[in-house]
Design a binder for this molecule. Structure first.
Ligand code: FES
Ligand code: FES
Length: 155
């Protein structure tokens, strides 16, 4: 069947099987920032944003995305320039192996879209579904707080 959707502001039509997960469809079509992790909806490595909300794409049926608007990590940079959030992750050492990073960035991005003035607890809560095996959580949380502050100043 055909799936019509918008990804990172571009209209797309994909050929899919009705049983495909969103993760499989995205990775097959080149969105490799969407990572394979547990594939049971627990680690957050496969996080993407669908209509403003984060989902674990490994357990999310692709068919539910007809006419949806998606954001993947590929969509965070603009004209080759990283977003403030991405810059802060790098600057503050919130990345080691990077496997969890696209998912963390999207969870943080979804938070900042709806709450540009998050409290520490809001950020911790937003990242609570993203597991990291090497960096830990303090630096990513600090990076999101710093990005929120800088974005506010940029307005
Ligand atoms: S790979 Fe989807 S939640 Fe772990
Ligand atoms: S940076 Fe390696 S899993 Fe998070």
């Amino acid at each position: 069947m055909k799936l019509n959707l918008k990804i990172n502001s571009e209209n797309k039509v994909f050929d899919i099987d009705v049983r495909d997960t969103l993760m499989d469809v995205l990775r097959t079509n080149g969105y490799k920032s969407v990572k394979h992790g547990c594939e049971t909806g627990e680690c957050g490595a496969c996080t993407v944003i669908v209509n403003g909300l984060t989902v674990n794409s490994c357990i999310y049926p692709a068919v539910k995305c007809e006419d949806a608007e998606l954001i993947t990590c590929e969509g965070l940079e603009k004209d080759g320039k990283l977003s403030i959030l991405q810059e802060k992750f790098i600057e503050m050492g919130a990345i080691q192996c990077g496997y969890c990073t696209p998912g963390m960035l999207l969870s943080a991005h979804a938070l900042l879209m709806k709450n540009p003035n998050p409290k520490l607890e809001d950020v911790k809560d937003a990242l609570s579904g993203n597991f990291c095996r090497c960096t830990g959580y303090k630096k990513p949380v600090d990076a999101v707080m710093a990005a929120a502050k800088e974005m506010k100043g940029a307005k």
